[in-house]
Design a protein around this ligand. Structure first.
Ligand code: FE
Length: 217
């Protein structure tokens, strides 16, 4: 499979060397065509497919990233390595990008919250988060995450203190980000597997927080 680079017509982006994820578009078109034919023939239920895709988006795909976060929370040496060379630290757990794209881990702190977007298309860290959610690829998120990150977070149900700074990171095909959320209080006794269960997909994009111990978010 070859990767294509596309020219963008955006006025607000100049020397940003940016490549689309369009190498999947032919496959996506084939999948869509197959789904349409099978649905018309009454062989599949589109709702069942949606449920499967949702499972991959929110549960199976992001488990790799949750493992990375849980290890960073439990192992200071790993966290340090992740901060210096996320590509290598993540690869050491067996997770590598499809085209060798680089990873950067951005750590939430009491002072700073990190939010990831791809303003031009939908660059996403597939190796650690799986399939991107539909909203990540949608123009409203892509534009508003930059213009009004605090407002976007509110819509995701995340209200941050005014004093907390929000940093927005713009992904490209060459460099993709994973947010390392803050470790919830009261989780000192939890092992890595239990910690990983607190790490949601959205918390690694920055549109959510880790689930607090015994909480629902
Ligand atoms: Fe992109």
């Amino acid at each position: 499979m070859t990767s294509h680079s596309h020219d963008h017509d955006h006025d607000d982006h100049d020397d940003h060397d940016h490549h689309h994820d369009n190498h999947f578009s032919e496959m996506q078109a084939r999948v869509k065509a197959l789904e349409t034919v099978l649905t018309q023939k009454g062989l599949i239920d589109p709702a069942a497919i949606d449920a499967i895709v949702d499972t991959y988006e929110t549960k199976i795909g992001p488990r790799n990233g949750a493992h990375v976060v849980a290890k960073a929370w439990s192992d200071p040496d790993f966290a340090d390595w992740l901060g210096r060379d996320a590509t290598a630290a993540i690869a050491s757990l067996g997770y590598t990008g499809r085209q060798g794209e680089h990873m950067r881990a951005v750590f939430n702190t009491p002072e700073t919250h990190n939010l990831v977007v791809c303003t031009l298309c939908s660059c996403y860290p597939w190796a650690v988060l799986g399939l991107p959610p539909v909203w990540y690829k949608a123009p409203p998120y892509r534009s508003r995450a930059v213009i009004d990150p605090r407002g976007v977070l509110e819509e995701f149900g995340v209200t941050l203190p005014d004093a907390k700074k929000i940093r927005v990171w713009d992904s490209t095909a060459e460099l993709r980000y994973i947010v390392i959320p803050e470790r919830p209080a009261g989780t000192e006794d939890l092992g890595q597997e239990a910690l990983a269960d607190l790490v949601t997909r959205d918390s690694m994009i920055g549109t959510g927080l880790a689930i607090t111990a015994g909480g629902t978010r």
